[in-house]
Design a protein around this ligand. Structure first.
Ligand SMILES: [Zn+2]
Length: 276
């Protein structure tokens, strides 16, 4: 398997919310995604960045509040669909699977462009969003409009995969066909997942842990420094978030060679692409 790391659009946020003690200044949160090429399964996408669909889904109330609360910067030439074609020469129909770390707009935006892919996510996350009306989904920062009607028929749930137990990370779900290990990383969002893989080439080689929004900055994991508790109003479960950061801190100490990539960490990601 090989991997390329990229992003489609970004929003801005205050750095002081990313970890306790961070200075108050505006920072950029790139909408990260990754594309993996598996030798037999083909291309697997991890998340899908912002897109024009995100703007369509946030045109009217209440979803327009997203854009007021968090300004989003996006140019259509940088959508996951166009970058796949123009940068990596990958056609949309060649994306066979899309791993959805969680159901926030900055991770789902490009989803409607992939009509034939099979999704992989946690049942916990999917059922949680599925049970909300559009309005209540908005309260949790979910954009249901970005999900297809036949989502349930097109989804593999990690909970249905065989499990193993990692001595630090705990319960992992093994997608045997792709040899990918999924791990629950709730807190930021109910049912959020990360993925552990072994890359043989592309932008990074060796063990990689794509940890989604388990933290907003790798600094949090490296120093066991969770975000300030004020952010509990914007996330699903602050206690679970803190526990998962601690778990990743111990994992990083024990396995420093595994590259942990959190989706919006500018410091980590600017090694792979230019961030505004
Ligand atoms: Zn995010």
């Amino acid at each position: 398997m090989t991997i390329h790391l990229d992003f489609s659009g970004y929003c801005t946020a205050n750095q002081r919310h990313t970890y306790k003690g961070a200075t108050s200044k505006k920072t950029v949160f790139p909408a990260f995604w990754a594309v993996m090429q598996h030798p037999t399964l083909g291309y697997i996408l991890f998340d899908a960045g912002y897109s024009t669909h995100f703007f369509d889904a946030t045109k009217s109330f209440p979803n327009i509040l997203y854009r007021w609360l968090m300004p989003v910067f996006f140019d259509d030439k940088n959508s996951v669909k166009k970058k796949l074609k123009n940068t990596y020469n990958i056609d949309i129909q060649d994306i066979k699977y899309i791993i959805i770390s969680h159901f926030h707009g900055d991770h789902l935006g490009g989803l409607p462009d992939f009509q034939h892919a099979t999704y992989i996510c946690s049942r916990r996350a999917y059922e949680h969003i599925h049970n909300f009306s559009n309005f209540w989904a908005f309260r949790k920062a979910y954009l249901k409009k970005l999900l297809p009607q036949n989502m349930a028929q097109r989804t593999l749930y990690i909970e249905d995969m065989p499990t193993t137990t990692h001595e630090i990370l705990g319960k992992m779900h093994h997608w045997q066909a792709a040899d990918l290990q999924f791990l629950p990383l709730g807190g930021h969002c109910k049912g959020q997942i990360g993925v552990l893989l072994d890359s043989k080439g592309g932008d990074e080689t060796g063990k990689i842990l794509l940890a989604a929004d388990a933290a907003w900055d790798f600094f949090s994991i490296k120093n066991n420094a969770p975000p300030p508790s004020i952010i509990r109003f914007f996330i699903d479960n602050y206690k679970e978030l803190v526990q998962n950061i601690q778990k990743l801190y111990h994992y990083h100490k024990a396995y420093p060679d595994t590259k942990i990539i959190v989706s919006h960490c500018k410091t980590t990601l600017e090694k792979y692409f230019k961030i505004p």
